[in-house]
Design a binder for this molecule. Structure first.
Ligand code: NAD
Ligand code: IPM
Ligand code: MN
Length: 356
C-alpha cells in the first residue's frame, strides 16, 4: 500500500471512457485540495486512437512504467467501432489484468438510493453485495483454434482454464473478506454441464469453506442464481465465480442497483497493484452527447482511495455521489435531466466543500 503521495496513472481510453474519467480525476483533485489525500495524476493516451496511430496497444516500456512507477491505475473504458474485433481493448485491458496478475475483479453492487432499481421489490430490504470475479483464467485465456475456416465443416474451439492455485486464492479471499462482515459466500458455477472446470471450483470451494466454519456458504448453478438475483437480490453477500460468469452476473447485478452508470470495480492483486474502472464499457451509442453518467467512474476512484488507505477521501467521493442521488442531480440513465458535466461539477463542488 502507498504511504505518502499516491501516484495514479490515468487511462481514459475510448468512447465515454475519457468523458467520465475526467470527472473522477477532478473529484480526486478536489479531495486532495481539501487535504484528505496527497496524490498525483499522470495521463496516458492508450486506447483506439493510440492503437490506430501507432499500431501498438501499449509498449513494453510503458507497461513497465505502469507496473513500477505507479501505485494504481484509474481506467475509463476501451472499445471503438473503428477496431471492430476489439483487439486493442483485449490487449490493453485483459493484458493489464493478466500481466499485473490482478486476480480479483471486485464488483460491489449496492442500491444507493430508493427507486433506482427496476425491480418492484428492491426497496424492501437493503441490496448490498459484491461479485468476486476471477480475473486471469477461464474462457478468457485466449486458448483455442479455428479449423477449416470459411468451409461448411468449420469448427471453433475455445478452451477454458481453471487452476487450483487461481481458484483457491480468490475463493480464500472471498471467505476472508466475508467472515468479519458476517456475509454469506455463494459460489456461482455450472458444474452440472461443465464438470471439469467447475468440478474443480466446487472441490476447492468446499475445501476452503470447511476452514471457515463460521462463514455461511453455498454453491449455486449460475442459471438459477441469475433468477434469484432478480427475485431476492438482498440475500447475497459475496458471490465468487469464474471470469465469464462474473462478467455476465456483474452487468445483471449492475442493472438491479440502477444500471451501468452506478457500478464501479476494482481489479486487484491485494497489496501489490490495482486497476480501478467502471463496470461499463465505452458506450459508443451515447459518446459525445453529454448523457454519460460519471458516477461509476467516481465510485471506482473511491475504491482506489479506500484500497490505498485514504478512507476519508473515499468517504468524500462516495458521500458526494449519495448526496447527488438524494438531491436528484442525475443523468438521464437514472431518471435525471443533468449532463455529464453538470453532475461532475456538482460532485466536485461537494467534495471540495468537505461535506461527507
Ligand atoms: P456498454 O457498457 O458500453 O454500454 C451498454 C449500455 O449501457 C449502452 O446503452 C450505454 O449507453 C449504457 N451505458 C454504459 N455506461 C453508461 C454510463 N456511464 N452512463 C449512461 N449509460 C451508460 O456495453 P457495450 O455497448 O456492450 O460495449 C461498448 C464497447 O465497450 C464495446 O467495444 C465493448 O467491448 C466495450 N466494453 C469495455 C469495457 C471496459 O473497458 N471495461 C466494459 C464493457 C464493454
Ligand atoms: C468488463 C468488460 C471486458 C470483460 C471486455 C471489454 C473484454 O466487459 O470489464 O466487464 O469482458 O472483462
Ligand atoms: Mn463486462
Amino acid at each position: 500500500m502507498a504511504s505518502g503521495r499516491l501516484r495514479i496513472a490515468v487511462i481514459g481510453g475510448d468512447g465515454i471512457g475519457p468523458e467520465v474519467t475526467r470527472h473522477a480525476c477532478r473529484a480526486l483533485r478536489a479531495a486532495a485540495s481539501a487535504g484528505l489525500v496527497e496524490l498525483e495524476l499522470t495521463d496516458f493516451p492508450h486506447g483506439a486512437d493510440h492503437y490506430l496511430a501507432t499500431g501498438e496497444t501499449m509498449s513494453q516500456s510503458t507497461f513497465e512504467t505502469l507496473r513500477d512507477d505507479f501505485d494504481a491505475i484509474l481506467f475509463g473504458a476501451v472499445g471503438d467501432p473503428r477496431v471492430p474485433d476489439g483487439r486493442h481493448a483485449r490487449d490493453l485491458l485483459l493484458g493489464l489484468r493478466v500481466r499485473l496478475d490482478l486476480f480479483l475483479n471486485r464488483r460491489p453492487l449496492r442500491l444507493r438510493a430508493p427507486g433506482l432499481s427496476p425491480l418492484k421489490s428492491a426497496d424492501a430490504a437493503p441490496i448490498d453485495f459484491e461479485i468476486f470475479r476471477e480475473n486471469t483464467e477461464g474462457l478468457y485465456v485466449g486458448v483455442g483454434r479455428v479449423e477449416k475456416e470459411g468451409t461448411p465443416e468449420e469448427v471453433a474451439v475455445s478452451e477454458s482454464v481453471a487452476s487450483r492455485f487461481a481458484v483457491e486464492r480468490i475463493v480464500r479471499l472471498a471467505f476472508e473478506y466475508a467472515g468479519p462482515l458476517g456475509l454469506r459466500v455463494t459460489l456461482a458455477d455450472k458444474a452440472n454441464a461443465v464438470p471439469h472446470m467447475f468440478g474443480l471450483w466446487r472441490r476447492v470451494f468446499s475445501e476452503v469453506a470447511s476452514e471457515y466454519p463460521g462463514v455461511e456458504s453455498e454453491m449455486r448453478y449460475v442459471d438459477a442464481l441469475a433468477m434469484e438475483m432478480i427475485r431476492v437480490p438482498a440475500r447475497f453477500g459475496v458471490i465468487v465465480t469464474s471470469n465469464l460468469l462474473g462478467d455476465i452476473l456483474s452487468d445483471l447485478g449492475a442493472e438491479v442497483v440502477g444500471g451501468p452508470g452506478l457500478a464501479p470495480s476494482a481489479n486487484v492483486n491485494p497489496g501489490l497493484h490495482g486497476l480501478y474502472e467502471p463496470v461499463h464499457g465505452s458506450a459508443p451509442d451515447i459518446v459525445g452527447t453529454g448523457r454519460a453518467n460519471p458516477m461509476a467512474a467516481v465510485l471506482s476512484a473511491a475504491l482506489l482511495l479506500r484500497d490505498h488507505g485514504a478512507a476519508e477521501a473515499a468517504d468524500a467521493l462516495e458521500g458526494a455521489v449519495d448526496a447527488a442521488l438524494a438531491q436528484g442531480v442525475r443523468t438521464p440513465d437514472i431518471g435525471g435531466g443533468a449532463s455529464t458535466s453538470e453532475v461532475g461539477d456538482w460532485l466536485v463542488r461537494r467534495v471540495a466543500s468537505g461535506a461527507a
